[in-house]
Design a protein around this ligand. Sequence first.
Ligand code: MBD
Ligand code: FE
Length: 287
Amino acid sequence: MTTIDAPSAKGSGSAATDRFKTERLSADTPPERAKMIYDDVLDALGGVIRKHEVTYAEYKVLKQWVIDVGEGGEWPLWLDVFVEHHVEDVNYSRHGFHGTKGSIEGPYYIPNAPKLPSVCTMPMRDKDLSADQLVFSGQVTDLDGTGIGGARIEMWSNDADGYYSQFAEGMDIPEWNLRGTIVTDDQGRYEITTLHPVPYRIPHDGPTGKFIESYGGHPWRPAHLHLIVSASGRNAITTQLYFRGGDYIDNDVASAVKPELMLEPRKGEDGRYHQEYGFVLDPAPED
Ligand code: MBD
Ligand code: FE
């Protein structure tokens, strides 16, 4: 029997690329702003090349690597791991939000996961149920603490083997495994039982893995839950939750950990971990 200890970059990368391509977003960036951004990007890049006296061999390796990332469908993976955290941070700050802090979306979100009631268990297989379980409960509120009934908590996480459903070709994972849209009760409350996540290696057998290897880095992310919490008239917050003291909390390959997003669950007499955590939603911003 062959065992695969982590998702293949080719399978999950190209699935992320195919999904992303369905979005076809536009940003309405005026030419003056585009010009300023391009000038700064190229100046910064030129500065790095001059500072480090980048060689022709290095330049050609870069060229080949850029080609490989595209052909492997790994741009969503590489960009979300190494660049998205800056975009997330600057946009949270720009709005002057006060509610729950955001974090990056990453490449493996799928919208419209099946709805689940406010008290629920995430879709899991037997192998996931035999891992540690986390009972995650709390309330979605406004800034003043008022509960928001009918709020939506979209949650997704990797399974006990480190795979995300719909991004693990040939692994035979049910379509909506560990994905769901939980709808809060009248008071905004929820109690979600899920797999207690464990540290996770991003797909690293393709060009993104090569990139990490080239500087002697590691491909690990700390254990995390992905969430998008939304309600009408409120700012939808995309975030992640982590576990205090866990491995890779201080050196996440994706630089997406924040101190406000830390859980510290206690093991109950039922053998499951328990954690209360509330989400506070800002009013929807104007832009
Ligand atoms: C992940 O699971 C993830 O959360 C990010 C940000 C990048 C790659 C895989
Ligand atoms: Fe993730």
